[in-house]
Design a protein around this ligand. Structure first.
Ligand SMILES: CC(C)(COP(=O)(O)OP(=O)(O)OC[C@H]1O[C@@H](n2cnc3c(N)ncnc32)[C@H](O)[C@@H]1OP(=O)(O)O)[C@@H](O)C(=O)NCCC(=O)NCCS
Length: 310
């Protein structure tokens, strides 16, 4: 079974309810039909009628959640008229187990209410993302499976934040993708001291912090991408590294490199996949606006699995 087949199998056993705020978007509607037919989850397509059902109750609950941040009741009521906020309140109150959106809305439109309302899991410092990537070259990663982070959320992580992103992604590899031994490469333009720069120093510091946070995780850095993935290059640039040449989790130093790197892999190398958010107290996931119906189906399935794991 590949990772998608495993995720579909797990989603089927969970019976989770996933709200889709973009309820009239044609790809989302088509995906909801497939999800329901395949029994992957119970999808809820948000419509203006549906949003009238609990508008007052959600406005009151949202006001309670955000009043300490200076929101008035009117601020909360106005936000609840937005499908993204309404959907997020469904998740927060337990009326849905998870949320998927982003076929039309930008990442920020979806992330901001998730961060304001659902917030992080207890003990987790920050929300980040992991791309679950299938490579045509099966000798890379875990039989062609790789996880990339963070290509979606944190524009400019500090060393400490980068360390938390690395640890969260190792956890996602294990729990969501069934990778028995996550091997995490902290990427840079330098390999183990081959270059000196403040950007390299940040990755080195992040590696140190990640080792302290999760000593059980196989993690090394700083590593260049070729040293991380290719055994012959690793033998020259990083001999003896427990990760180099066989990494299955790639942690990019910032959002620019992560987002560009993932798109280069996808467009030039045919290594596509989909993103999940990690660290939220309840699962909410974002789509790319260029997503296909299949991408939406898979993202709903993965959200249902994340909800099962909680
Ligand atoms: C995530 C993002 C939306 C936050 O933007 P913002 O609203 O301007 O940020 P703020 O600093 O006002 O934060 C809003 C809330 O989110 C929280 N937050 C921000 N980033 C967070 C993170 N990574 N993890 C957890 N919480 C976070 C803040 O603490 C704040 O909470 P509060 O209002 O309860 O105090 C912004 O960082 C962003 O747009 N990231 C890039 C997304 C993107 O465009 N990606 C494109 C690639 S596809």
């Amino acid at each position: 079974m590949n990772v998608i087949e495993k995720i579909w199998a797990k989603a089927r056993s969970g019976g989770k309810t996933i709200v889709l705020p973009e309820g009239d978007e044609p790809r989302t509607v088509a995906a909801a039909e497939i999800v329901a037919r395949e029994g992957l989850a119970k999808p809820i397509l948000l419509t203006p009628e549906r949003m009238r059902e609990k508008a007052d109750a959600y406005a009151a609950a949202l006001y309670e959640l955000r009043k300490a941040k200076g929101w008035s009741y009117e601020d909360a009521a106005k936000r609840v008229a937005d499908p993204m906020y309404y959907g997020m309140m469904m998740v927060q109150t337990g009326d849905a187990d998870g949320l998927v959106s982003g076929a039309v809305h930008s990442t920020g439109d979806m992330l901001r209410p998730a961060l304001q309302i659902v917030k992080t899991k207890p003990g987790v410092k920050l929300v980040s993302s992991a791309f679950i990537i299938g490579c045509p070259n099966k000798s890379l990663g875990e039989d062609g499976l790789l996880l990339y982070a963070d290509c979606v959320v944190n524009p400019c992580p500090t060393a400490e934040e980068l360390a938390h992103i690395a640890v969260s992604t190792a956890e996602t590899a294990r729990t969501l993708c069934g990778v028995a031994e996550p091997r995490v490469a902290m990427l840079s333009f330098s390999t183990l001291g081959s270059a000196e720069h403040e950007l390299v120093a940040k990755v080195r510091e992040a590696t140190k912090i990640a080792h302290a946070l999760a000593p059980e995780v196989l993690l090394d850095g700083e590593l260049q991408l070729d040293a991380a993935l290719v055994p012959e290059v690793a033998a020259i640039k990083a001999p003896g590294s427990p990760v180099a040449g066989r990494a299955n989790v790639l942690v990019f130093p910032d959002l620019q490199s992560g987002n560009i790197g993932y798109k280069i892999g996808e467009r030039l190398g045919g290594a596509g996949g989909f993103a999940v958010l990690q660290g939220l107290a309840k699962p909410c996931n974002d789509l790319s606006r260029g997503c296909s119906v299949a991408d939406i189906v898979n993202t709903i399935a993965v959200t249902a699995v994340q909800a099962t794991a909680l």
